[in-house]
Each structure stands twice: as C-alpha cells, then as structure tokens.
Write a protein that binds this ligand. Sequence first.
Ligand code: NAG
Ligand code: NAG
Ligand code: NAG
Ligand code: NAG
Ligand code: NAG
Length: 209
Amino acid sequence: MDSYRHLSVSLLVLLALLGAVSHAEGFVSFNSLSSKRTLVVTVSMANNSDIKEVHTGQDSILVNWSVNASAPAIVDAKTVETRLCFAKESQTLRGWRKTDDNLKKDKTCLYKIQRQPYAPAGSVTYALPKSIPGAKYFVRAYVFNSSDLQIAYGQSSPNKINNTFTVIPISGRHGSIDAAVGVFSIFSVGSLFAFFIFENLYLKRKKAV
Ligand SMILES: *[C@@H]1O[C@H](CO)[C@@H](O)[C@H](O)[C@H]1NC(C)=O
Ligand SMILES: *[C@@H]1O[C@H](CO)[C@@H](O)[C@H](O)[C@H]1NC(C)=O
Ligand SMILES: *[C@@H]1O[C@H](CO)[C@@H](O)[C@H](O)[C@H]1NC(C)=O
Ligand SMILES: *[C@@H]1O[C@H](CO)[C@@H](O)[C@H](O)[C@H]1NC(C)=O
Ligand SMILES: *[C@@H]1O[C@H](CO)[C@@H](O)[C@H](O)[C@H]1NC(C)=O
C-alpha cells in the first residue's frame, strides 16, 4: 500500500516535470488556434491571374494576407510567417508530410515563404525554387507573439482540399528523388547514397546518348 502511494507520487512528479518541459518548449496546438483564424489569405499568380498550376524554377506566386476586421483582435502580434502547405491529397500515405496537432512537429507546412515583422496586411511575391516537390499545395500564414509562438493564422484553402494549386517540377527529377526518399528511408543511408550515384551515372549516360 505504502509503496503504491510512493509510486503514484513519483509518477505525479514525473508528469509535472514532463509538463514543465513541454511548456518550456512552447507547445502550441493547432486546434487551439481554430478560433483564431483571423487572417484572410489569398494566393494567385504573380501577375494576379488565377492560380492552377505553377512550375518550379520558373513561376512566381503572389500571397496576400490581411486581418479579418470582423474577427477578434490579435493581441501581442510580432511576426507574420507565410508557408507552403501540402493539400490533403498530397499527404496521403506520406508520413513525412503528416499533420500533427503540435505545431513543432507538424509537417503540413514544410516550406517557409517569408517571415517578417507583423503588419495587419501585406503581400509577398515568391519565386518557386526547384527544391519544392511536385504536389498540391495551399498557403498558410501564422502570426507569432513576443514569445515567438503562434497566436493566429489564416490559409488560402478552407479545408486543405478546395482552392489548392499544383506545383509542377521543372523536370521529373525532383519528383523521383522525393519518391525515392520515401522508399529508401526504410533502408539505409548507404542505399540512398547508392541511388544518387546510380541516378547521376544513369542521367549522365542518358545525356551522353
Ligand atoms: C500570368 O502568368 C502566367 C505564367 O506565370 C501565364 O501563364 C499567364 O498567361 C499570365 N496571365 C496574364 C493575364 O498575363
Ligand atoms: C494582392 O496585393 C497586391 C498588392 O497590394 C494587389 O495588387 C493585388 O490585387 C492583391 N491580390 C488579391 C488577389 O487580393
Ligand atoms: C471574418 O470573420 C467573420 C467572423 O469570425 C467570419 O464570419 C467571416 O467568414 C470571416 N471572413 C473571411 C473572409 O474569412
Ligand atoms: C504567446 O502565445 C502562446 C500560445 O499561443 C502563449 O502560451 C504565451 O503565453 C504567449 N506569450 C505572451 C508573452 O503572451
Ligand atoms: C469545396 O468545393 C465543393 C465543390 O466545389 C463544394 O461543394 C464545397 O462546399 C466546398 N467546401 C468548402 C468548405 O468551401
């Protein structure tokens, strides 16, 4: 009985410590922001035309955000960060793009577009680098507070399905590397390295023909 109480006390202490650690790490839950969808975010081609397909290494996108005046005011806003995020269908069966409610672990929005001091409205033109894999995307903007934690957001798709756009790699190469990373991560770093050597040799030979 006594040792039982001892155990539960140590468990409580451990839980409290874990709680303190995760608090210190600044865990922000995405679901906790659901009532803070305060930004209106739009994305179009850089020339303002509708966005459907964009090519890496070639096209630019225009992201606009503004505070929704009828939403609750944002207090202590310091930074705005815009990010490219995978649409739902491009996350299917791809663990490395998985959504996690803990925003520190979330892989939905892997690619940063821009981070800048907070303003109630702004826009950014972003030339799509060749490193962005071919997939369906939308854009999300986060507002960070003075503790550098997310306090509000907005996104260009209501549900990660509607209003998304397709990124097309400049050649099939990045897509195949992206797929290969998924396949080879089950094996060793060695086989991945072997794959790159193989692909380079193969491509070189192909080019030489
Ligand atoms: C806008 O740019 C895209 C390519 O970046 C092009 O396909 C489209 O025709 C342009 N639209 C207008 C209205 O200029
Ligand atoms: C985005 O902002 C730019 C610059 O303020 C503006 O010219 C453009 O019309 C805006 N586009 C949309 C879709 O709101
Ligand atoms: C702005 O916020 C109001 C209240 O939360 C909401 O009903 C409305 O849909 C929002 N508008 C946009 C464009 O997101
Ligand atoms: C910043 O936001 C986080 C979570 O959204 C909150 O826990 C923290 O207290 C905020 N920091 C300040 C200084 O308000
Ligand atoms: C998404 O698009 C479908 C088909 O166009 C429409 O029926 C649905 O209401 C849309 N959902 C949202 C959340 O906008």
